[in-house]
Design a protein around this ligand. Structure first.
Ligand code: AHR
Length: 496
């Protein structure tokens, strides 16, 4: 199979916001507790209760932004339960996720400390479904107000004199579902009311994020933009990739056949249609794209691992997930004008996680390695890439075999990422390089699978990891890359 294309190095398509490489962490399963938070007395090395191995891993991929505390958990979360002396904090049932005890040991101060250690922006999701306007207003005051006020004094009494900076604040989550089963008309009015009291104190400037649609609910976007568009900085979208058309039996994370390999990759490509159609509606009300579209939950969702708590959403992660991530990033890049943040669900131990933990052990998943390979695209300028991608056929259906994206970073280096989804054969990709200036040399890294469910385990944590890649050559104006089956390649052309 041969793919062909043109890379126009002299045509810029705008900046890729680093926040499309963002993450999502919820009080769900072992994401917060065990995944991030082990407590100061743990034998697992930690700083202020937060495990150091996970922080180091996430810093390596330059995590730009982290969303918390949910998800469905957000619309049942009352933030005052999570402040003050840990031993005095309320113990309660996490009704959404597994019915386990939530001891509230990880709350606002701990989350802000986590973001400090990660060097990332906090994105806090407030409670509309079961919370009051006053509660939301007070949370913002507690976080960001400097001066004399009840919440600033409460914060100081809890050991934090200085306010924090909070740039992103979500007004509810999935309010069409677990966040209150609302109609868009009702939520639009509630959004207008709640966001009024999400105030900018001192120098802090908050981007107010409205709850957006569930996958193809275009009416939700239409109503929200029409009734409340002028009161928001961003509107969200949630879309999950399931191998099958059933939430009862979604398909397994490992041990699947080629039909499910194909259907998963095919369904992940639906992100293109969803973003295009939601953006078209947003364009009618906001042609300048002032309001961002934030895909603040995306990723694969499979049956849980056998023997694990069904409410914990713990799943393995294979080269298939790495390809889903790669294809999804290419789509986000294409829509960089409107899509200015995305948050994979979820960072640790839940759904399409980048890190898995078991006691003191940590495994970096194939999806982690895509974030690592692609971090070069954060805040870079997208270059015009036209690809005639060839086809990968299964039965009567086909999807593009090769997909790609290219950027130029602030130092002038060009980065080209390509992925190839056919599990059987290599693909030769011939790219004509237009507008190339000066001398420069290419170097590459590849992440490839040797079976369709190749994955890392606690026993074999480095079965899949990026390796040096040399299967490319320049011939005149052409760059010829031979992509192995089921692989992701990133090439760098160093600036002269
Ligand atoms: O990520 C798991 C759940 O999926 C989130 O809590 C919810 O927002 C979505 O339905």
């Amino acid at each position: 199979m041969t793919a062909k294309g043109i890379l126009n190095l002299d045509i810029s398509r705008g900046k890729i916001d680093r926040n499309v490489y963002g993450h999502f962490s919820e009080h769900l399963g072992r994401c917060i507790y065990e995944g991030f938070w082990v407590g100061e007395d743990s034998a697992i090395p930690n700083v202020n209760g937060i495990r150091s191995d996970v922080v180091e891993a996430l810093k390596r991929i330059r995590i730009p932004v982290l969303r918390w505390p949910g998800g469905c958990f957000a619309d049942e979360y009352h933030w005052k339960d999570g402040i003050g002396l840990p031993e005095k904090r309320k113990r309660m049932i996490n009704t959404h996720w597994g019915g386990v005890v939530e001891n509230n040991h990880f709350g606002t101060h701990e989350f802000m400390e986590l973001c400090r250690q990660l060097g990332c922006e906090p994105y806090i999701n407030g409670n509309v479904g079961s919370g009051t306007v006053q509660e939301m207003a007070e949370w913002v005051e507690y976080l960001t107000f400097e001066g004399v006020s009840p919440m600033a004094e409460l914060r100081a009494a809890n050991g934090r004199e200085e306010p924090w900076k909070v740039k992103y604040f979500g007004v509810g989550n999935e309010n069409w579902g677990c966040g209150g089963n609302m109609r868009p008309e009702y939520y639009a009015d509630l959004y207008r009311r709640y966001q009024t009291y999400v105030r900018n104190y001192g120098g802090n400037r908050i981007e107010r994020i409205a709850c957006g649609a569930n996958s193809d609910d275009y009416r939700w976007t239409e109503v929200l933009m029409r009734e409340a568009g002028r009161y928001m900085d961003a509107l969200t979208l949630h879309y999950y990739t399931l191998p099958r058309d059933s939430w009862q039996d979604k398909g397994d994370a490992t041990g699947f056949d080629e039909a499910e390999w194909f259907s998963t990759l095919q369904k992940s490509l639906r992100m293109e249609e969803l973003i295009s159609r939601h953006s078209t509606i947003m364009d009618q009300y906001d042609p300048e794209a002032r309001v961002a579209l934030i895909v603040d939950e995306w990723g694969t969702w499979y049956n849980v691992e056998p023997g694990s708590n069904p409410g914990f959403l713990y799943q393995q992660n294979t080269i298939r997930d790495a390809l889903v991530a790669s294809l999804t990033f290419h789509i986000f890049h294409e829509h960089n004008r409107r899509v200015r943040m995305a948050n994979i669900a979820q960072t640790v131990n839940v759904l399409q996680a980048v890190v898995l933990t078991e006691g003191e052990k940590v495994v970096l998943t194939p999806t982690y390695h895509v974030f690592d390979l692609y971090k070069v695209h954060q805040d870079a300028e997208r270059l015009d890439l036209r690809l005639d991608s060839g086809s990968y056929r299964f039965g009567e259906e086909e999807i593009p075999a090769v997909s790609g994206t290219a950027t130029r970073d602030k130092d002038g280096h060009v980065h080209l990422s390509l992925c190839h989804v056919d599990p059987h054969a290599s693909a030769e990709t011939r790219l004509t390089l237009r507008g190339l200036q000066g001398d420069g040399s290419w170097s590459g890294l590849v992440l490839a699978g040797d079976s369709i469910d190749a994955h890392n385990t606690f026993e074999q944590p480095e079965r899949l990891r990026p390796e040096a890649f040399e299967d490319f050559r320049e011939e005149g104006e052409e760059l010829i890359v031979t992509l192995p089956p089921m692989s992701i390649v990133t090439l760098k052309r160093s600036a002269p």
